[in-house]
Design a protein around this ligand. Structure first.
Ligand code: ZN
Length: 486
């Protein structure tokens, strides 16, 4: 896949980075009690997580709500304090990403998306998923994974952080953050489910809802997999009969659930105003076209490609994951100077730089070749000056496939254009709003009375009810504010 391919550019760097983060030891796994060979000591584990933090923030950004951030940190910290590794520098952050996702880095760095928060209906559910991620850390799943086949990829991430001069061409690697996402095994998943239950129960949550929330997350994320960033389901492959396994585990422990915390209403109140779906102010896709209202431009990506809008880059990858187009900003003010600086980088060869315009905007472009350890990449880079910014548009693929992709890539690069439509320039995000019902009604009736900007099935799903299910008087129900026509 392209992420992997981009990774190969840095293979040397990777080997070096890997060498610096590794040492060999044998230790007892703190959460599972089993002896296991570990290549990475705890201090190094923490260092890796801390380094990755910067990349996560740059790629996604943290969701801008100190109240929500503090809340998630508090819930997470409390759970982690009941774990076998309470002394780790536990850090919990909400990333500004609409897709359903949660991921853990070694050393106790855990991230959940605002998209997953929108699907929870209680603090107990939030705690369940945080507990599961904590389980991945305490059982050292990611460290073990790193000790195995993913070592290269993690090494790449670390290398990226340590070597800023590689960043310019490393954007794909950096933004294709899949490099840093570890895919767990189903056994790991089962174990984390168990550990998550353990921490939830120890903290005093009613863990009985956990089976359901996993089933919902697995369902929801099925619909959103396939982009450049792996979502919940591809990094956390659902064990077979997951829900049943959890229910069985719960049945085994004799717990008096009275007095345990669900925290439904208090959780839902915290969601008031939460941005739902893509935040179009930061750029959004309508089909294959990317629009950025704040910067007033648009660009078409090749039809049918997977796309992802990161803070610092917009990334498209071909369905076969063997070609990429990325849009970033360049530092130079002049397109030609930017192109010159780009092709001057070591390992890059280019034909003559051409200057001209793209849709009336000053631009410069060149065909490029990049020698990597696993072969030659070929592509085109273009720089476009618009207002006070220089945009870098880059498309590439392995050399032998350039003929196949060059037309699509060129069309995409040449589609960069200005936007003046006020409906695009003034677009606002949709937000969750919490309604307290003044009488009993079905979800369908609720949706008619408080219309949402999303289909009934979807609003029912995030409320975890069926469309014709009855809601009781006084119940708190999520709606999503309709899209405003400007
Ligand atoms: Zn997992």
């Amino acid at each position: 896949m392209s992420k992997r391919r981009a990774g190969t550019i840095f293979q040397l760097l990777v080997v070096w980075a890997a060498a610096t983060v590794l040492s060999v030891g044998c230790a007892t796994n703190p959460a599972t009690g089993k002896k296991q060979i570990s290549l990475i000591g705890e201090q190094q584990e923490i260092a890796i997580g801390a380094e990755a933090q910067e990349e996560v923030e740059q790629a996604f950004g943290y969701y801008d709500s100190p109240g929500l951030q503090d809340y998630v940190q508090e819930v997470g910290e409390t759970l982690a304090s009941t774990s076998e590794r309470p002394h780790l520098p536990w850090t919990f952050r909400v990333v500004d990403d609409p897709i359903v996702n949660a991921f853990a880095y070694p050393g106790g760095y855990i991230y959940i998306s605002r998209g997953i928060l929108a699907h929870f209906n209680s603090e107990a559910e939030l705690a369940g998923v945080l507990g599961h991620e904590i389980g991945h850390v305490t059982a050292r799943h990611s460290v073990n994974q790193m000790s195995k086949q993913q070592l290269m990829n993690i090494g790449l991430g670390v290398g990226m952080v340590l070597s800023p001069e590689f960043r310019q061409f490393g954007d794909l690697a950096q933004t294709g953050l899949g490099l840093l996402f570890l895919k767990y095994s189903r056994d790991d998943e089962r174990q984390s489910d168990e550990l998550g239950l353990r921490y939830s129960v120890r903290t005093g949550y009613d863990a009985r809802e956990m089976a359901n929330i996993y089933e919902i997350l697995d369902d929801v994320s099925k619909q959103t997999e396939g982009g450049p960033v792996p979502g919940w389901l591809s990094t956390h492959p659902a064990p077979e009969n997951r829900g049943q396994l959890i229910r069985n585990q719960l049945a085994e422990v004799e717990i008096d659930w009275s007095g345990t915390t669900i925290g439904r209403d208090s959780y839902l109140r915290r969601l008031e105003g939460l941005v739902y779906g893509d935040n179009p102010r930061e750029g959004y896709f309508d089909g294959d076209t990317f629009y950025h209202p704040g910067l007033a431009f648009k660009m078409d990506f090749p039809r049918g490609w997977g796309t992802k809008n990161f803070r610092q880059a917009v990334l498209g990858t071909s369905p076969a994951n063997d070609a990429a187009v990325e849009l970033t900003l360049a530092e130079e003010n002049d397109p030609r100077a930017a192109a010159q600086a780009f092709v001057n980088q070591q390992g890059i060869q280019a034909d003559r730089i051409k200057s001209g315009t793209i849709n009336g905007l000053p631009a410069a472009w060149a065909l490029i070749q990049v020698q990597t350890q696993s072969g030659l990449l070929r592509g085109r880079v273009a720089f476009v000056r618009y207002r006070d910014r220089t945009f870098r548009l880059l498309g590439y693929t392995p050399s032998d496939r350039w003929n196949r992709y060059s037309d699509e890539v060129d069309r995409s690069l040449q589609s960069f254009d200005t936007v003046s439509d006020p409906a695009i320039l003034n677009v606002q995000p949709q937000r969750i709003s919490i309604v307290e019902l003044d009488r009993e009604m079905t979800m369908r009736e609720f949706d008619a009375r408080y219309p949402s900007g999303i289909p009934l099935e979807q609003i029912a799903l995030i409320n975890q009810v069926e469309p014709d299910e009855r809601l009781r008087k006084g119940q708190l129900v999520k709606r999503v504010t309709p899209k405003k026509a400007n």
